[in-house]
Design a protein around this ligand. Structure first.
Ligand code: CU
Length: 181
């Protein structure tokens, strides 16, 4: 038994050393020191090996104010932050942290600039985004109601089953009593 345990531990250790490699940052978008002439709403950090599905990205402007991040995706070999809205022109510092698949925590920072030609916002955009929000809100509502409906039908099925079992028990008892008498 001891030998088996030792063998299993050895096999497991070999497997983990083969599967996981230390990951380090190899690239980013925007790149470190890059001057972006197009609006930036996504920041991606790329690693040499896969990372765990947890991570954090913080973006600060020149004044040190945090830029709101709406979503951070971690997995495979990338860590990606989606911003609430495109970054206005300026210099930004990105602080990122995550865990490599070998369990080592990783962190780093880089900065870049946005220097995009200014565009007048179109009048159509606000109405469109409102319509998008509404169409997005509707499926969420129906998703919220459907599990409750499922639960209700399950409950009524369960009650029906109990009634059937009780009825059957009454009938069986009745038959047995009749036979005895
Ligand atoms: Cu490592």
């Amino acid at each position: 038994m001891k030998k088996i345990i030792i063998f299993l531990i050895a096999a497991l250790t070999m497997m983990t050393t083969q599967v996981s490699a230390h990951s380090r940052m190899v690239d980013s978008s925007p790149k470190s020191g890059e001057v972006m002439t197009k609006p930036v709403q996504e920041i991606t950090v790329t690693f040499s090996a896969n990372i765990e599905k947890v991570g954090k990205i913080e973006i600060k402007n020149e004044q040190g104010t945090n830029i709101p991040v709406s979503k951070v995706d971690a997995g495979n070999a990338t860590l990606k932050a989606t911003l609430d809205k495109p970054l206005p022109n300026g210099t930004y510092t990105v602080n990122w942290m995550n865990i490599g698949e070998d369990g080592h925590s990783l962190r780093g920072d880089f900065s870049f600039q946005v220097n995009a030609p200014k565009e007048e916002p179109k009048a159509e955009n606000p109405a469109q985004s409102k319509a998008d929000e509404q169409s997005e809100a509707q499926p969420t509502d129906s998703q919220e109601t459907s599990p409750a409906a499922d639960g209700q039908s399950n409950t009524s099925l369960f009650i029906g089953l109990i009634i059937a079992v009780v009825l059957l028990a009454i009938i069986v008892t009745f038959i047995i009593r009749k036979k005895r008498s």
